[in-house]
Design a protein around this ligand. Structure first.
Ligand SMILES: *Cc1c(COP(=O)(O)O)cnc(C)c1O
Length: 342
């Protein structure tokens, strides 16, 4: 049987043999009582990596982000973010539901904001306006095609936040994809942000879990919010062990995913049916199909050749590379792409 090449998302990876062994061997306890040594170790590891005081293991990136919004804001505040942000696009409007806040949407370049546009968006303090209290940046930006923030850009945004006493949260679901490309250290990015969420279950290849990182008081309150959201887990150390393994073994190899994504984009750039290929900086390839080609027809063709991908708009397609796609599979996928519509 032909092996499926799954480019749907980097969330679809299965634990490797080494990761499963680490999970089997995990020491566990009840994390609601903070007695799970593996969860505690993961939280300490993440806090130390990013130079923050504390961290909190969460079941999903959505929950980690939603907790951050809740702790950083009060009802009737607003969060400033790019219109492509995951917190706006893909979290079911949770900012309104959980936190009672508004969004102030900006149009960055492929999801990347600059300090000037953030400063211009901060509302003056009038009784009839929401209070701007939080900025969220997404690094890398998913809908922006895996686009990266430079450290200078983050620094400039943080300076604006400081001047206006706003908090800065980093949705770092794929922050390690950015860091292996820029060469910045996690601590450098940690120093510029009040809080960070990162996903262990995307490119890092763990089956479940995200981590919210921040100061002691912030995480203390975040732990209460996680509980009220139903995210207090018991012997979660089996999952935390997978996360620790992922941080130890699956960061450097993200470069392979980026090389694979660039190979796909290079191949597409020579094909007449693909247009507006977004700049590929990490592991995501977003492009448009030239009419009359449609995502439905293209996906059907790919499916016949055992390739999975996703439609990302009426004319838009997305490929995501990850741990379970090797160079041979990328070569095969490129052959299939070359044979479409010829
Ligand atoms: C996937 C993702 C999340 C949330 O992750 P889930 O674990 O699926 O809830 C948050 N932000 C970004 C940018 C993501 O890509």
């Amino acid at each position: 049987m032909t092996q499926t090449i799954n480019l749907l998302s980097d969330t679809i990876t299965r634990p490797t043999a080494g990761m499963l062994e680490a999970m089997w061997a995990a020491e566990v306890g009840d994390d609601v009582f903070r007695e799970d040594p593996s969860v505690n170790a993961l939280e300490e590891k993440c806090a130390a990596l990013f130079g923050h005081e504390a961290a909190l293991f969460c079941p999903s990136g959505t929950m980690a982000n939603q907790i951050a919004l809740k702790v950083h804001t009060r009802p009737l505040d607003e969060v400033i973010c790019d219109e492509m942000s995951h917190i706006y696009q893909y979290e079911v409007g949770g900012y309104a539901f959980h936190s009672g806040i508004a969004v102030n949407l900006l149009k960055g370049e492929n999801g990347i904001l600059d300090a000037g546009m953030v400063e211009a968006a901060i509302k003056p303090r009038y009784d009839w306006l929401p209070k701007s209290s939080l900025v969220v940046i997404e690094n890398t930006c998913n809908k922006g095609g895996g686009s990266i923030y430079s450290l200078e850009r983050i620094r400039a945004i943080r300076a604006v936040c400081n001047n206006h006493t706003l908090a800065l949260h980093l949705d770092g679901a794929r922050v390690f994809n950015a860091l292996v490309e820029t060469g910045d250290t996690p601590a450098a990015i940690g120093a510029e942000t009040h809080s960070i969420s990162l996903c262990l279950s995307k490119g890092l290849g763990a089956p479940v879990g995200s981590v919210l990182i921040g100061g002691e008081a912030f995480i203390k309150e975040a732990r209460r919010i996680r509980k009220v959201m139903g995210g207090g887990m018991r012997q979660a150390g089996y999952l935390a062990a997978a996360g620790i393994y992922a941080l130890d073994h699956h960061v450097e190899r993200l470069r392979d995913d980026h090389r694979h994504a660039r190979a796909l984009a290079d191949a597409l750039s020579a094909l007449p049916y693909a247009t507006r290929i977004r700049p590929v900086q990490t592991n995501i390839v977003i492009f448009d199909l030239v009419a009359p080609h449609t995502p439905a027809g293209f996906l059907e063709y790919l499916g016949r050749h055992h390739i999975k991908a996703s439609a990302f708009g009426p004319q838009t397609m997305r490929f995501v590379t990850h741990l379970d796609v090797d160079s041979d599979m990328i070569g095969r996928a490129i052959e299939v792409l070359r044979r479409y519509a010829v």
